[in-house]
Ligand binder design. Structure first.
Ligand SMILES: NC(=O)c1ccc[n+]([C@@H]2O[C@H](COP(=O)([O-])OP(=O)(O)OC[C@H]3O[C@@H](n4cnc5c(N)ncnc54)[C@H](OP(=O)(O)O)[C@@H]3O)[C@@H](O)[C@H]2O)c1
Length: 244
C-alpha cells in the first residue's frame, strides 16, 4: 500500500518512534494522532489533514470517545491504524513500594487499548479497498527480561492478539502487521542501555514494511534474538537477563 492520501490513526505520535512515524506520514496523508500531549508544534503546525485527539490510552472511556470521534469524522472508515503508544514500567513485585495499580495501567495502555482501537475501527477499515493494522512490538515480547515483567507480558500478548486477528481477517482486505523493535534511543529508554538504534531508522523501516505488506518485521538485533530463542531458549533467556 502506498502511504499517500490515506487516512491513518496513530497512537503515541507525541514522542520517540511515534513522533518519527508522524513526521514521515504528515502532509501526504490525513493523520489522526492519539496521545495525551500533542506532538511538538513544529510537526503539526500548518499541516493540512493533521488532527490530534487528546486521549488517555489507560482510560477505556477516553479510548471509546476517541473511537467515536474518528467514526463520526470518517464515516467511510480509515485506511490504517498504527498502535505505537506504550509505557514501560519497572515493577518489582517484591519491593516495599511496589505500586499494585501500575499493573492495570500498563496492561490498559499496551494491550487493551490496541485491541479496543482495532475492534472500534474495524468495520470502517473493512469498507476501504485495502487497510492495515500495524502493532509496534518489542524483542521483549519474544524473550522477557526481569525488570519489566508486565511490559514484556503485554507485548507477548500483543503478538498473540496479532496472530489471532490475522487468522480471523485472512479473507478480508485488512492486513495485520507487526514490527519487533530492539533497544531504541527514545525517552522510554533514557538513561539506560547501550547500542541503541535511532527512532528515525526504526520509523523508516516500519514505513517500508507497511508499504510492502510484510506481515512481521524483526528490526536490528531482534533478528538474532529470535534465531537464538528458536534454537536455544535458555541461552536467549540468559542473554536477556544479563542485558539492560
Ligand atoms: N524505545 C525502545 O527501546 C523500544 C523497544 C522496543 C519497543 N518499543 C516500542 O516502541 C513504541 C514507542 O516507544 P518509544 O520508545 O517511542 O516511547 P516514548 O518515546 O516513551 O513514547 C511513548 C508514546 O506513548 C504515549 N503514551 C504513553 N502513555 C500514554 C497514555 N496513557 N495515553 C496516551 N498515550 C500514551 C506517549 O504520549 P503522551 O505521553 O503524550 O501521552 C508517547 O507518545 C512502544 O510501543 C514501545 O513499546 C520501544
Amino acid at each position: 500500500m502506498e502511504l499517500e492520501n490515506k487516512i491513518i490513526v496513530l497512537t503515541g505520535g507525541s514522542s520517540g518512534v511515534g513522533l518519527d512515524l508522524l513526521r514521515r506520514l504528515i502532509g501526504r496523508n490525513t493523520l489522526i494522532n492519539l496521545s495525551r500531549s500533542a506532538p511538538p508544534n513544529a510537526e503539526a503546525d500548518g499541516s493540512a489533514g493533521f488532527r490530534h485527539i487528546p486521549t488517555d490510552l489507560a482510560d477505556p472511556v477516553s479510548v471509546a470517545d476517541a473511537i467515536q470521534e474518528i467514526r463520526d469524522s470518517y464515516p467511510d472508515g480509515v485506511d490504517g491504524l498504527i498502535n505505537c503508544g506504550a509505557v514501560q514500567f519497572l515493577p518489582q513485585f517484591l519491593a516495599e513500594d511496589f505500586d499494585h495499580s501500575s499493573i492495570a495501567t500498563e496492561i490498559a495502555i499496551n494491550f487493551t487499548s490496541p485491541a479496543e482501537l482495532i475492534s472500534g475501527l474495524l468495520d470502517g477499515m473493512l469498507q476501504r479497498p485495502e487497510a492495515f493494522v500495524l502493532n509496534v512490538n518489542s524483542g521483549l515480547g519474544i524473550v522477557p527480561k526481569r525488570e519489566s515483567a508486565i511490559y514484556c507480558a503485554t507485548k507477548s500478548g500483543l503478538d498473540n492478539l496479532t496472530h489471532g486477528l490475522r487468522a480471523q481477517l485472512a479473507d478480508t482486505n485488512v492486513r495485520m502487521q507487526q514490527a519487533f523493535l530492539p533497544l531504541v534511543d527514545t525517552p522510554m529508554t533514557a538513561g539506560r542501555g547501550s547500542g541503541k538504534i535511532t527512532s528515525a531508522s526504526v520509523a523508516d523501516q516500519i514505513i517500508r514494511q507497511i508499504e510492502s505488506g510484510k506481515p512481521d518485521l524483526d528490526i536490528g538485533k531482534v533478528k538474532l534474538l529470535r534465531s537464538i530463542n528458536r534454537i536455544a531458549p535458555s541461552l536467549a533467556n540468559r542473554i536477556m537477563q544479563k542485558g539492560d
